[in-house]
Design a protein around this ligand. Structure first.
Ligand code: FAD
Length: 680
């Protein structure tokens, strides 16, 4: 009954919304040109760029404030890279476990601040994975501010990305209807900064011609050095001084060029910079690439830092000050490293002899990724949940002749029962990721190929069906679990976590690397002011600030990814879920803020979970229009209730876990739960 009363009042709200949404498409922004706008923002002390970090005790400190300014300099506002400052704790040591996107970027950022970094990586070879192939503009901005953007833009045959296209499968077309089949969602023309822009009211083509807009010059000359053969092959690089402060690291006996010792890096292919890589400009752009090539570039940059020592070894466990205490401080790591000597096993196989060693440091950064074996050493409760799986295929094509209907765009097909993603990852390859719910059909029995050709292929845009069939026929499938995990609790002293080890979300929106790089950025800025990494009290304050600072963007990207995956999936053909998915498509097709807001969120440029929640509920209201218009019936009211209930079922648990926005406050949750019992 209570629900029905609420639905009736929501009906009135909806009618108001219907009128408002009619105006959305015809929004005529009256913003000044980008250049003028940026200057105004810089001068405005109330703008996000001028916000300061609260200290643990609620006071403000000068250095932190200026760091915070840089932290909040999102995109257009902070175009000039602020050179990193030497930390008062420079010379102290930091162990980093894992040289993936997060670990390798952190090694560079921390070494530039004067820390001595010992970077562990179990496999320095070029990886061929289906993960981390599209970096959203928010992640590109983080790379630019870290001075690492060349790693994504040059020498790896990467492709610039301008936005997304969302398709409904041909089967969804209503009989005789003129239903829109695809929607092009371009990234914003400039980095949104004001609340209005973040919400999505953004000028699609700023009045100032592109040529007038300043181009980026973010990297001082020393950052534009290319890694030469000497770095790639590991030879000729000065060996870092022995690890200080009681470090028990002994350098590997193998020569630097050995694949199992220190300072080694197998050669990776190098690609010329191509015209299709696009200019560096104020215009937010994403990048897509082979993840392995991008990571090799980051690793090469880490190797080039005199303060970084790379150890090609596997960290097997963390070392604690008091081994038997579950809360004891982390003081270092135990790892296994190859000695270079060959051994013959009992069954005649020749393997490299491994040695167990220890390394000590006041701070250890765990960045061992999706399969982290060390995260439970820090937080026993940290447990990822598998939401679905991705099957990856490659469409091969002549250079820059991808069959994708919209070049330089990610493509999302709203297939049943869950979406398909497509984007170009090099001049000659286009990645397809098919989301699979539940049990994965077996590739070896041919079930997977059969499922892809009979169930997925007919739902793709016609132009993609033949290339998709050819890729299926080749049978080169790769699969990965799509896992989600709220940020782990890092209460132990002496340790921090970044990247997938700390936090994960569904990869549908390609937000993982953006979160990882922004986390690295935040950590670097925060550690820049620390005076003693071994001071537990000061480090606890720093951890608290890190957790608060990362919340806004991480929560937005996490909730968006998981919510969008749920909205775009229709398990067991649930009709209300299908209606919600159609409502989302229709909402995007309205244009104006209905398209601008969601694409800003997707691009990783809107660190506001509340804006995400608002758009989410506007989608639901948009969806219930058809039940209530022109005259609400009792049946229509019932469907309205069901739709709002499904919306709450999807979004409320996600917002509660992230503990962000007013909707996560327990009185609000309790009230919403009473009306729409979403936890059933
Ligand atoms: C299917 C799929 C698709 C995705 N697509 C995208 C996308 O398009 N865009 C996006 O932004 N994100 C995407 N993601 C997420 C993204 O891949 C991750 O967020 C990102 O790679 C995390 O980086 P990381 O450095 O934490 O982990 P990783 O890149 O996995 O690096 C971890 C490193 O640690 C090393 N390591 C592990 N254990 C040890 C040990 N004990 N000792 C020494 N070294 C160790 C590993 O060898 C590895 O090099 C996707 C994820 C999945 C599953």
């Amino acid at each position: 009954m209570l629900g029905m009363v609420l639905v009736v009042s929501l009906t009135c709200l909806c009618l108001v919304y219907i009128r408002a949404s009619k105006c959305a498409a015809s929004t005529t922004p009256d913003e000044p040109s980008t250049k003028t706008r940026l200057n105004e923002i810089k001068a405005d002390p109330s703008s996000p760029s001028s916000r300061s970090l609260p200290t643990g005790g609620g006071e403000e400190e000068d250095v932190a404030t200026s760091n915070a300014d840089r932290l909040f300099l999102s995109g257009g506002v902070g175009m000039q890279r602020v050179p990193p400052r030497r930390s008062p704790a420079a010379g102290q040591s930091i162990i980093i476990i894992g040289a993936g996107t997060a670990g390798a970027a952190a090694a560079v950022g921390l070494a530039e601040r004067g820390f001595k970094v010992l970077l562990f990586e179990r496999d320095m070879s070029l990886q061929d994975r289906i993960v981390g192939e599209l970096l959203q503009p928010g992640g590109v901005r983080a790379l630019e501010r870290l001075g690492l953007d060349e790693c994504a833009k040059e020498g790896i045959d990467s492709v610039h990305v301008d936005g997304y296209v969302v398709f409904t499968p041909p089967q969804h077309k209503k009989e005789g209807g003129e239903k829109v089949q695809s929607i092009l969602l371009k990234y914003p023309a400039y980095d949104p900064a004001t609340l209005k822009e973040l919400f999505g009211v953004i000028d699609p083509s700023p009045s100032s011609p592109a040529a007038d807009r300043p181009t980026l010059s973010l990297s001082p000359p020393r950052f534009s050095e290319k890694e030469g053969g000497k770095l790639v092959h590991g030879a000729g690089r000065a060996v870092t001084p022995p690890f200080p402060e009681g470090t028990k690291v002994t350098h590997a006996p193998n020569p630097p060029s050995s694949p199992s010792g220190h300072l080694s890096m197998p050669p990776s292919p190098s690609f010329p910079s191509a015209a299709h890589q696009g200019p560096t400009s104020l215009h937010p752009q994403g990048r897509s690439f082979h993840n392995g090539r991008f990571v090799q570039r980051l690793r090469a940059r880490a190797l080039a830092e005199p303060n970084v020592t790379v150890v090609n070894g596997i960290v097997s466990r963390l070392l604690y000050a008091e081994p038997d205490s579950p809360t004891s401080r982390v003081i270092g790591v135990e790892y296994k490293i190859g000695t270079g000597r060959r051994l013959r096993t009992a069954d005649g196989e020749e393997v490299e002899e491994k040695e167990v060693r220890r390394a000590m440091a006041p701070l250890t950064l765990v960045a061992d990724g999706l399969w982290s074996s060390l995260r439970t050493h820090v937080d026993k409760a940290a447990k990822p949940t598998q939401l679905s799986s991705f099957v990856g295929l490659i469409l091969s094509h002549p250079p820059m002749a991808s069959p994708l209907p919209h070049p330089h765009c990610g493509h999302v097909v709203l297939a049943d029962p869950s979406p398909v993603l497509l984007y170009q990852i090099s001049s000659t390859e286009t990645r397809v990721l098919v989301d699979i719910f539940g049990r994965m059909p077996s590739a070896s029995t041919g079930d997977l190929a059969h499922y892809l050709s009979t169930h997925i292929q007919p739902q793709l845009p016609p132009v993609l069906q033949a290339p998709f069939a050819a890729a299926v026929a080749r049978g080169e499938f790769k699969s990965m679990p799509n896992r989600s995990m709220p940020a782990a609790n890092v209460d132990r002293d002496g340790v921090l976590m970044v990247g997938d080890a700390l936090n994960m979300r569904h990869p549908l929106t390609g937000g993982g690397m953006t979160v990882a790089l922004r986390d690295v950025e935040a950590l670097c800025y925060l550690l820049e002011t620390s005076t003693d990494l071994g001071d537990p009290a000061a480090m606890r304050v720093l951890k608290g600030r890190f957790a608060r600072e990362r919340k806004a963007w991480a929560a937005t990207i996490n909730v968006l990814a998981n919510a969008l995956h749920a909205v775009f999936s229709t398990p067991a053909g649930n009709p209300t879920r299908k209606d919600l998915r159609d409502a989302c498509f229709d909402y995007l097709s309205v244009g104006g803020y209905c398209a601008g807001g969601p694409i800003n969120l997707l691009s990783g440029l809107t660190p506001r979970p509340s804006i995400l929640a608002l758009h989410f509920f506007l989608v639901a209201f948009h969806g219930v229009r058809k039940y209530l218009w022109p005259v609400p019936s009792w049946g229509g009211l019932g469907r309205t209730y069901e739709m709002l209930q499904v919306a709450c079922e999807i979004i409320m648990p996600l917002l509660s876990v992230e503990k962000s926005t007013v909707l996560a406050a327990w009185p609000v949750r309790a009230l919403v739960g009473l009306i729409f019992p979403y936890g059933r």
